[in-house]
Design a protein around this ligand. Structure first.
Ligand code: 4NP
Length: 170
């Protein structure tokens, strides 16, 4: 029974593209990326093809909801979001996701410290999908949620284009 249950659960999600956005605290950048990307795929009628979540590399904000500055920005841009609790990425997440997308170089190093070597090439940086690869600054420190928002939109658009160009979606 248990085996059957896990098999059917596995089958449901088997063909989905599983994306985990990752930042340091999981209260600013990665939840913004999660909800901005969900909004993009929803508007394109692609939601059923994806599982999209976000996680932290640090323990600092575990259990906490999205930062009010990030929430205000999402509201201002008409991006729907839900109440949530920050979680930390686990080593098992490496097997559970197809794309693990960090916001800056230090995230990438921290992700690899947690999940180990990136043998399947699943780990990338969000703005590597744009024409101008760079880090996304942490608004927790900069206070600039507009720049963060614009950078995340640029990265998410680039990521969607990458998925189209590589025929992962059509
Ligand atoms: P985030 O921002 O990584 O974009 O969620 C941060 C939020 C909180 C902390 C660091 C970064 N913190 O250390 O508490």
């Amino acid at each position: 029974m248990r085996e059957h249950e896990s098999y059917s659960e596995d089958k449901t999600n088997k063909d989905k593209i599983k994306v985990l956005f990752v930042c340091l605290g999981n209260i600013c950048r990665s939840p913004m990326a999660e909800f901005i990307f969900k909004d993009m795929i929803n508007k394109k009628g692609l939601s059923d093809k994806f599982i999209v979540k976000s996680a932290a590399t640090s323990y600092e904000e575990i259990g906490n909801d999205i930062h009010y500055g990030a929430k205000d920005k999402l509201i201002q841009k008409n991006i729907p979001f839900t109440k949530r609790k920050a979680t930390r990425i686990t080593a098992e997440d490496y097997n559970n996701y197809n794309f693990i997308i960090g916001m800056e170089e230090s995230n990438i190093k921290a992700i690899k410290r947690i999940v180990g070597e990136d043998l399947d090439n699943k780990i990338s940086k969000l703005l590597d999908y744009s024409d101008n690869s760079r880090d996304i600054a942490d608004p927790w420190y900069t206070g600039n949620f507009e720049t963060t928002y614009n950078d995340i939109v640029e990265g998410c658009n680039g990521f969607l284009n990458y998925l189209k160009d590589t025929n992962i979606i059509n």
